[in-house]
Design a protein around this ligand. Structure first.
Ligand code: FES
Length: 137
């Protein structure tokens, strides 16, 4: 038998289900070549933000000598997983990665890694920054 409370309960369940489906947050885990720095995981609405912007926002040291315009390689990072959630690499970015220290297949420039999906799950390794002289956050 249907009652008002049964209907209210079903409506509430439907709303909760809908909210769970629509509730997406990106999760970015930062780990560091320098093992003395603890890992940091951040979650939130990061759509259209770059990895460099997130490091600034969350007080993570990542140099960016050119100011984030793809004209140096000091914001070099390794995207260990979640590359598909990021804007594609450009020829210009590849050219600057070639000038980075210890480039790998996972190399990207943090200022060019724009997050395209708010359900992104990305793991980034920040290379040792101690040898770079220049802008910090
Ligand atoms: S800050 Fe210079 S290329 Fe990213």
């Amino acid at each position: 038998m249907w009652t008002n409370s049964t209907f209210a309960l079903q409506s509430e369940n439907r709303i909760n289900r809908t909210n769970r489906i629509n509730q997406t947050v990106a999760t970015i885990k930062f780990q560091f070549e320098d093992k003395s720095i603890p890992e940091k995981t951040v979650t939130g609405d990061f759509l259209d933000q770059s990895i460099l912007e997130l490091t600034e926002e969350y007080d993570i040291h990542l140099n960016h000598n050119c100011g984030g315009v793809c004209a140096c390689s000091t914001c070099h990072v390794y995207v260990e997983s979640g590359e598909a959630f990021l804007e594609d690499i450009s020829d210009k970015e590849e050219d600057f990665i070639d000038r980075a220290v210890n480039p790998r297949v996972e190399s990207r420039l943090g200022c060019q890694c724009v997050i395209l999906d708010n359900a992104a799950e990305i793991v980034v390794t920040i290379p040792d920054q101690s040898w770079i002289i220049g802008h910090e956050h």
